[in-house]
Design a protein around this ligand. Structure first.
Ligand code: TRP
Length: 329
């Protein structure tokens, strides 16, 4: 079976943006691929190095979000990045031939640097896409289901693999990104991206009353004051969510909004019902796995499988790079 690798930074609970951009795809693909899910704690530290005390909770939370969303821990390997030393080793080797200018031109890095207000960048932050290449290549994954903001990083990974193979011999596949049909979800405030730091997110673990509050206060078409005013669905947050969670009714909703026959409140209520269809089973699975020690046990098992895959890859890498000094030939 071909391998998939994808994952998240443990900087807080996962939201609907993660779900639509990547989580939903992971769940669909888990039966057809050998799936590795990384909880990228080292990557989280590239921006949050001053608060390591938050890691343990966030690692557990992100793992549980993935399981609750429908990943089967018997089938997929969910693991912690920092517990797989082969990823750190590969990061060093990949950094040998990846230039600083390639990293500086990465649009996602530029956006994030601006967002965090960096006037200078740490070596670790600028280089995290190289580390992410190691996240993907340590198990020789071929497919990477991600949201579109991750495409520049997958490009770096493809470069890293291709160049390694040219320099030292064929070891790595050149992995493909797999972008979902709805690869980005706008925030409740109409901001381009749902994100924890913007405070405009619905979390997978939110309960129905929280979701109700959030949906009811979400921004719709500002030009639509009365129910009968013709609406502009394409600038409406709620319509974007219908596209992501209620595809079947989209043509009808578009028509009723444009003609002014359905009001925003009814449209929001309809959306809440559809969100519940997605979120209620996730809540149930969360309760099932949210038992003392259960998530840790899953992470330990997954990390063990990741280390085994990494050990196999490092043997190939050491041979290719002629650093297998003590090996009998
Ligand atoms: N950069 C990803 C994010 O911010 C998380 C991540 C780390 C990742 N390593 C990865 C995603 C490897 C895909 C593959 O969401």
């Amino acid at each position: 079976m071909k391998r998939i690798l994808t994952g998240d930074r443990p900087t807080g609970p996962l939201h609907l943006g993660h779900f639509v951009g990547s989580l939903r795809n992971r769940v669909r693909l888990q039966n057809d691929f050998d799936t590795f899910i990384i909880v990228a704690d080292v990557q989280a530290l590239t921006t949050h190095w001053e608060s390591p005390e938050l890691l343990k909770t966030h690692v557990q939370e992100v793992a549980l979000d993935n399981i609750a969303a429908g990943l089967d821990p018997e089938k997929v390997s969910i693991f912690v990045q920092s517990m797989v030393p082969q990823i750190a080793e590969l990061t060093v080797f990949f950094g040998l031939y990846t230039t600083v200018s390639r990293l500086r031109h990465n649009p996602t890095i530029k956006t994030e640097a601006k967002q965090y207000g960096y006037t200078d960048m740490t070596y670790g932050f600028l280089g995290y896409p190289v580390s992410q290449a190691a996240d993907i290549l340590f198990c020789r994954a071929e497919l990477v289901p991600v949201g579109e903001d991750q495409l520049p990083h997958v490009e770096v990974t493809r470069f890293v693999a291709r160049r390694f193979n040219e320099l030292y011999g064929q070891v790595f596949p050149e992995p493909q990104a797999k972008i979902s049909d709805v690869s980005r979800l706008i925030g409740l405030d109409g901001n381009a991206k749902m994100s924890k730091s913007l405070g405009n997110a619905i979390y997978l673990k939110d309960d129905p009353s929280e979701i109700r509050k959030k949906v009811m206060s979400a921004v719709t078409d500002p030009a639509r004051i009365h129910k009968t005013d013709p609406g502009h669905p394409n600038i409406c947050t709620i319509f974007a969510y219908h596209k992501a969670f209620n595809a079947a009714e989209v043509p009808e909703i578009e028509e009723c909004c444009t003609k002014g026959t359905t009001g925003c409140v009814a449209c929001k209520k309809n959306l809440m019902a559809k969100l519940e269809e997605t979120l209620a089973p996730i809540r149930e699975r969360r309760a099932e796995f949210d038992k003392p020690g259960r998530v840790e046990e899953i992470l330990r098992a997954g990390t063990g499988r990741a280390v085994a895959a990494g050990t196999e890859t490092m043997e190939m890498v050491r041979e290719a790079m002629q650093t297998d000094y003590w090996k009998e030939r």
